[in-house]
Design a protein around this ligand. Structure first.
Ligand SMILES: [Zn+2]
Length: 215
């Protein structure tokens, strides 16, 4: 039988006996939504929560610890861990919103490429494994300089609040053009959370625009 060549240069050591250990690992801690940053952020104002856009079942938020300037994340409002936990409508909005995020970045800062990705589970490197989030990271030719290698430091030439304010009105516009509905109410959050949310979608856009004019 002809097998394809090893494309990545790695040999494989097959160890099926480890599967019993892997499957017996029951250390999974149930997620706590009351401590989850992705559950708390939508209860704040757009500015305080660094929210770029609020859809019906997902929202877009700036990453507090960006891999690169302009790094956003798309999150469902529901506190679920895996892509497979999303309903069809959520799944569609999750990916459609990710595509709009790319369009927004293209319009605002003309990146040369993107990294999109979801780390699912602690073992896969998810920082907040209990709440699904998709990273959307714009990339420019030559953006990876020596700083991350020699100084464990990423250089960020624009503040998160300013970047959010630059994205928000463009996101509102392009999301509308893409047929996505904007919402000020987080889907599937409880009434207490909803009571804290006082802004209407129109106010969000106005605020973001006002921010831009001020800055
Ligand atoms: Zn959460």
């Amino acid at each position: 039988m002809n097998f394809p060549p090893q494309e990545d240069g790695f040999e494989r050591l097959w160890t099926p006996q480890r599967m019993s250990y892997v499957l017996s690992n029951d250390s999974h801690v149930p997620p706590k939504s009351d401590e989850c940053p992705f559950c708390i952020a939508p209860t704040k104002s757009d500015e305080d929560g660094l929210i770029v856009w609020r859809g019906c079942s997902v929202f877009v938020i700036m990453n507090l610890y960006p891999y690169n300037v302009g790094h956003v994340m798309v999150c469902p409002y529901r506190h679920v861990s895996f892509l497979t936990d999303l309903h069809d409508e959520e799944l569609f909005e999750f990916e459609k919103t990710s595509a709009v995020a790319m369009q927004v970045m293209k319009q605002v800062s003309s990146p040369d490429g993107w990294n999109l990705g979801i780390n699912q589970g602690d073992v896969a490197g998810a920082g907040i494994a209990s709440h699904l989030h998709q990273h959307i990271v714009p990339r420019w030719n030559g953006d990876a300089n020596f700083m991350p290698i020699v100084a464990q430091t990423r250089t960020m030439p624009i503040l998160l609040s300013n970047q959010r304010a630059a994205y928000a009105p463009v996101f509102a516009h392009l999301a509308r053009e893409a047929g996505l509905k904007e919402s000020s109410i987080a889907a599937n959050t409880d009434d207490a959370v909803r009571d804290k949310k006082t802004q209407t979608p129109a106010t969000h856009v106005e605020n973001a625009t006002a921010d831009m004019q001020e800055e």
